[in-house]
Design a binder for this molecule. Structure first.
Ligand code: PLP
Length: 382
């Protein structure tokens, strides 16, 4: 939809005939489960993200689980992470019997910092999950300067981060293990899907087995031989596999990533320029150490603006613009209400005062102008 009227969605995946052709080819091949397309997607993804190993799974949530398992996180351990994230980040430690320990975030980037992580470390901290929230690169080196000397593993949740950079490299390349999402709300999509990337060959091999019932021989390898070798189940594993149908889409989508990021950055630059003229609003921006893919273009609604965040959301909705509340805070959800935590003032402030504006590849200039007009008229109190 484009032009002067019609609903403007907050996000829309971008597909072409290439994805349809890729799926058709997999169906015609007769092999739709995890197979050669998954292997190809893993190779191409590892290359694009400048990492040694990539293991595809069913979602980023399952990657986060596997990442903590291969990193050796166990029952009774503490895992530090931001409450200011999609709930899957806080759920991961619970899957392995560990305790989530919430760190507050930086008011400008919305990410955990070396100081906010250090403030909540305990004797039992085994891992820290850092998030590139909304695609804003986290300052990983500063955090690792605190965690590495203590032998604490850093897991990077780059669910939103494909196409963002940190100190000149793709985000995630500097972490021991990184989790990616291919949900349609993210920048590269396979419908559902995830990728674990790591520099550690043993962790990669174990994650590869664990996603497939910890079988000693993969189903694809067994299928390839006429007399299938007898497999063994080496430990209790999971079915966290991606299908070749999904991977075929992922390969095409990965090829689109540079173009998608360029377009999102153009749209973000236009928003940033317009929003700078509206007192009381502050837009997310590149930090000093990297560049954003603007997976989520968020705006903080401050004291100087005539309406509060919920008022602005209502105003945008009346203009048929579908904006969204900003990032959630896990510690406020019933699922994590019993988790003890210290004060999280920045998390609570940002979750209450931010909203996410529409950005998608096909967004037209007139659609973006309509969003900006709505921000202006709300800013005039109109
Ligand atoms: C979307 C998201 C997830 C979960 O990804 P799925 O692929 O849907 O499981 C995890 N962490 C963050 C920060 C996310 O934004």
């Amino acid at each position: 939809m484009s032009g002067a009227s019609g609903r403007i969605n907050v996000m829309q995946p971008w597909f072409g005939p290439e994805e349809i052709a890729a799926v058709s080819e997999v169906i015609a091949s007769g092999w739709v489960a995890q197979g050669p397309k998954v292997a190809q997607f893993e190779t191409e993804f590892a290359h694009a993200q400048q990492v040694a190993h990539a293991v595809a799974t069913s979602s980023c949530t399952t990657v986060l689980h596997l990442a903590l398992v291969v990193a050796g996180v166990q029952a009774g351990d503490d895992v530090v992470l931001p409450s200011f994230s999609f709930v899957a980040t806080a759920n991961a430690p619970v899957y392995v019997g560990a305790r989530p320990v919430f760190a507050d975030v930086d008011p400008v980037t919305g990410n955990v910092t070396a100081a906010s992580v250090e403030a909540v470390l305990t004797d039992r901290t085994r891992a820290v999950i850092v998030v590139d929230q909304g695609g804003v690169p986290v300052d990983l080196d500063a955090i690792r300067a605190v965690t590495d000397p203590r032998g604490i593993v850093v897991v990077e949740d780059a669910a939103c981060g494909a196409g963002s950079t940190y100190r000149g490299r793709p985000v995630g390349a500097g972490a021991e293990v990184t989790a990616w999402s291919f949900h349609p709300r993210k920048i590269v999509t396979t419908g559902e899907g995830g990728m674990l990337t790591t520099s550690n060959p043993e962790w990669a091999a174990r994650a590869r087995r664990l996603r497939e019932h910890a079988m000693s021989v993969s189903a694809a390898d067994r299928h390839a031989s006429v007399l299938a070798p007898a497999e063994q189940y080496l430990e209790v594993g999971y079915n966290y596999r991606m299908t070749d149908l999904q991977a075929a889409v992922g390969i095409v989508q990965l090829g689109r990533l540079p173009e998608v990021v360029d377009r999102r950055r153009q749209i973000a630059a236009t928003y940033a320029k317009q929003i700078a003229e509206l007192p009381g609003l502050r837009a997310v921006a590149d930090p000093a150490w990297g560049t954003c893919n603007f997976q989520s273009f968020w705006v903080e609604v401050g004291e100087g603006y005539p309406v509060d965040r919920d008022g602005l959301l209502a105003h945008l909705a009346a203009a048929d613009v579908s904006a969204r509340r900003g990032i959630m805070a896990a510690h406020r959800q019933p699922a994590h209400a019993a988790v003890p935590h210290g004060p999280l003032p920045v998390t609570e402030h940002l979750t209450d005062s931010t909203l996410i504006l529409p950005v998608f590849h096909q967004m037209s200039e007139s659609e973006q102008a309509r969003v900006v007009d709505a921000l202006r008229s709300a800013g005039r109190g109109a």
